[in-house]
Design a protein around this ligand. Structure first.
Ligand SMILES: [Zn+2]
Length: 283
């Protein structure tokens, strides 16, 4: 059995596993990956450990760090559904002025700092901040309530596997696909127009004013000050239902339209299968 560390640092509330390992590595003056492999020789990276640990790995890690396997489990994203993992950032994208404790070096990183769908702190509920301290663009203020609904939809899906008629993460991806506008803009401006802009009409204008290049559907994590627009879009489409998704095909052209249509029809078919099977269970 793995020997316990002679000195063990307490994890802070909601600390990410790799952050806890990094702080021990700093204390023992060894590289973080060496620290991790001291316990799990087969581990490929700290990121991989954050995303998934087997039951056996959780037990070995818990032994070395003198804690419970369930505690180690909660420090990872092992519970997050695969489809939602594209919303987990590589580095912290925001912080909470209440819950992030400065002072110690290296500063602990909280699990919630990597969650790309959050605009409020899951621990204390206040508005999150980012390093650039940018204000929410004022056109987005009116979408605040919808954005909070969108945050909850994505959070329920990712953290608790609670879905609605479709996957909110899938909606977020579709909303970041490019759309076509008339008259067709010059080629160097095509990137600016996304499906989301058809639902949140102020988006195109804010993106242009900020010269912010929105991320692709593959990694739909927006900078914090733009995030409420996407969250609100998710909530609006979710509550409008499948017909709104079908209608949005009108904003697409060519291959993009084919891809969008395929994705939408798959989502709608899955939703009606789900409905049919839950009705069967009631009979
Ligand atoms: Zn907080």
């Amino acid at each position: 059995m793995m020997r316990r560390l002679p000195v063990r640092l307490s994890p802070v509330a909601d600390e990410l596993l790799s952050s806890w390992i990094r702080r021990h590595a700093a204390f023992y003056a060894i590289p973080p990956l060496v620290m991790l492999r001291h316990c799990l020789p087969e581990a490929s990276s700290l990121r991989a450990a954050d995303l998934h640990l087997s039951g056996d790995q959780e037990i070995r890690l818990a032994n070395m760090f003198a804690t419970e396997p369930a505690v180690a489990h909660r420090m990872t994203f092992a519970n997050v559904a695969r489809s939602s993992r594209r919303l987990i950032a590589m580095r912290p994208t925001h912080y909470c002025t209440n819950c992030n404790l400065g002072g110690t070096e290296p500063a602990p990183i909280l699990r919630s700092q990597l969650l790309g769908w959050r605009i409020t702190c899951p621990l204390c509920g206040i508005q999150l901040r980012d390093a650039r301290e940018r204000e929410l663009p004022s056109p987005f203020l009116q979408y605040r309530a919808a954005a909070l609904r969108g945050e909850k939809l994505l959070d329920d899906e990712a953290e608790r596997g609670i879905g609605t008629w479709t996957s909110p993460t899938e909606i977020a991806r579709l909303l970041l696909m490019r759309r076509i506008t008339w008259p067709v803009p010059p080629e160097h401006e095509l990137w600016r127009f996304r499906v989301l802009g058809a639902i949140i009409p102020d988006l195109d204008h804010v993106v242009a004013a900020e010269q912010e290049n929105l991320p692709t559907p593959a990694k739909p994590i927006l900078p914090l000050y733009m995030r409420p627009a996407l969250l609100a879009g998710v909530a609006i489409v979710e509550s409008a239902g499948p017909e709104m998704l079908r209608m949005m095909r009108g904003y697409m052209m060519g291959d993009n339209r084919v891809r969008f249509t395929d994705a939408v029809e798959t989502m709608i078919a899955r939703a009606s299968n789900l409905r049919a099977s839950s009705q069967m269970q009631l009979i």
